[in-house]
Design a protein around this ligand. Structure first.
Ligand SMILES: [Zn+2]
Length: 111
């Protein structure tokens, strides 16, 4: 049976703000240091990159939504500032109307 190796990772979130040593058996050696599958620096890096990418996609979607909101406000004759579009978005969500429905209304109104 293989000797158990300790993971060099630290676990945070308990009572001790300094964290404590990871108790999962190490399985991967990187640069002479042993890591478990959770703390493996390569996996940690991959998870972080995936999270950052997902965040950026969400940010881009929010920007697209805001731009669409501003565009719709301008067509409604409202000076569409960023703050104004935020308020409009809140209103749109509260009344349960979506942008495509606003778009249809604008077409019906000839704007
Ligand atoms: Zn670990």
């Amino acid at each position: 049976m293989r000797d158990k190796r300790s993971c060099a990772g630290r676990v945070y979130g308990g009572r001790d703000v300094r964290g404590y040593s990871c108790s999962i058996n190490a399985a991967i050696q990187r640069g002479g240091v042993w890591w478990c599958h959770v703390h493996d620096p390569e996996r940690v890096k991959a998870r972080r990159e995936a999270r950052d990418k997902a965040y950026q996609v969400k940010q881009d979607q929010n920007q697209d939504t805001q731009n669409e909101g501003i565009s719709l406000l301008r067509r409604l004759g409202v000076n569409g500032s960023v703050e104004c579009s935020g308020l409009a978005l809140q209103y749109v969500r509260r009344v349960g109307i979506n942008f495509s429905e606003v778009e249809k209304l604008l077409v019906e109104l000839g704007r």
